[in-house]
Design a protein around this ligand. Structure first.
Ligand code: GLY
Length: 350
């Protein structure tokens, strides 16, 4: 098991990575000392598959097990209010703690409830998908969607502890693993100058998967520790592939998983980097070839609709879209781009 710790915004946040750690008796209890009440926030599938292990780790019966609907439907104001009401009714206080057991939608909603209940209570996270173990469950971005805009309302609120157990990923289907792999490739493109150096271009399994999770946690948290609130372009680079990706995901209306949309978004970002004169053409061709070899659904999307959704991107400044682009693997830059080049990328990709 690897135990890692960072100071973010003056507070300590710890992440453990290791096979089988979710079931270790008392582990989570030791990471959340002194909580007067504990609520586990999860969905029906994760409750069935993983709750008994989490309870061993918690070392006590939770005061509340709160079920959310599966997937993105959990991330709305109505579900946030339902959780807040359950906490109030259950006598939860400022000294209580929440534990998210699930994928990114569960940790986003639970983290935001923790950020806002009684002006902020402690929380911990046990991510159950690859995407959540390497991205969504780390770094304290929490929130809900509003009016079709992803994460339109939210807060930065660091979990005190994150338990990443790669054994949980064995229950994921190939599509879900592939979706998480899109985020894994994002990190590799951002941090590996000799891409693909450590990261397999195919989704890793077994011990390689555990090493990949640990590597991504280190990469992500070292950035978050320097720029928690994305006020400098340091944390912004973690959005490589996401400006296009959010547009693809929203326009696909459920036909693309987040990580699949990010994979398409990485292809788009590489091509845009080339058109903007940042990435030399032979390197761009090589990277696009590697990314295009990965299977990904291709729903029919309209460029105008993708562009409309991209317009809601939070990186926008002064009405102008900003993109994370590459001068090469391991060399990201945050920049604007010519509208004609963005339109050309969409025409080629869709
Ligand atoms: N998913 C990007 C970030 O946490 O900053």
């Amino acid at each position: 098991m690897k135990a890692m710790s960072w100071r973010v915004g003056g507070r300590r946040t710890r992440t453990l990575v290791g096979r089988g750690l979710l079931g270790r008796p008392g582990l989570l209890a030791r990471m959340l000392p002194g909580a007067d009440r504990v609520a586990v926030v999860t969905d029906a599938r994760c409750r069935r598959l993983f709750l008994p292990r989490l309870l061993r780790s918690l070392g006590r019966a939770p005061d509340l097990v709160h079920l959310l609907p599966r997937g993105e439907r959990a991330k709305c104001g109505a579900e946030l209010e339902r959780l807040h009401r359950a906490l109030l009714a259950g006598g939860f206080s400022r000294d209580s703690a929440l534990v998210a057991l699930g994928g990114g939608a569960v940790s986003d909603l639970c983290g935001f409830a923790a950020a806002t209940f009684m002006r902020g209570v402690r929380w911990a996270c046990a991510p159950t998908t690859l995407l959540a173990q390497i991205d969504a469950g780390l770094g304290g971005k929490t929130g809900v969607d509003l009016a079709g805009v992803k994460n339109a309302v939210g807060a930065f609120h660091q979990p005190e502890a994150v338990l990443c157990d790669p054994e949980l990923l064995e229950s994921l289907g190939p599509r879900e693993l592939r979706a998480g792999h899109g985020e894994l490739l994002k990190y590799a493109l951002l941090f590996e100058r000799r891409f693909p150096a450590t990261s397999a271009v195919r989704p890793p399994r077994g011990a390689a998967l555990e090493r990949a999770v640990e590597r991504c946690v280190r990469w992500k948290m070292s950035v978050v520790a320097q720029d928690e609130r994305e006020t400098r372009s340091r944390r912004e680079v973690l959005n490589l592939g996401h400006t296009f990706g959010h547009g693809f995901e929203a326009a696909a209306r459920g036909a693309l998983r987040h990580g699949e949309a990010v994979l398409l978004g990485l292809r788009a970002a590489v091509r845009l980097s080339e058109l903007e004169g940042l990435l030399p053409a032979p390197e761009a061709r090589r990277l696009r070839g590697l990314l295009a070899a990965l299977p990904c659904p291709r729903p029919r999307l309209r460029a105008a609709e993708v562009l409309r959704h991209m317009g809601a991107d939070k990186k926008r400044r002064g009405g102008r879209l900003r993109f994370v682009l590459l001068r090469g693997p391991g060399r990201p830059v945050v920049a604007g781009a010519r509208a004609a080049n963005v339109a050309r990328v969409l025409k080629e990709i869709l």
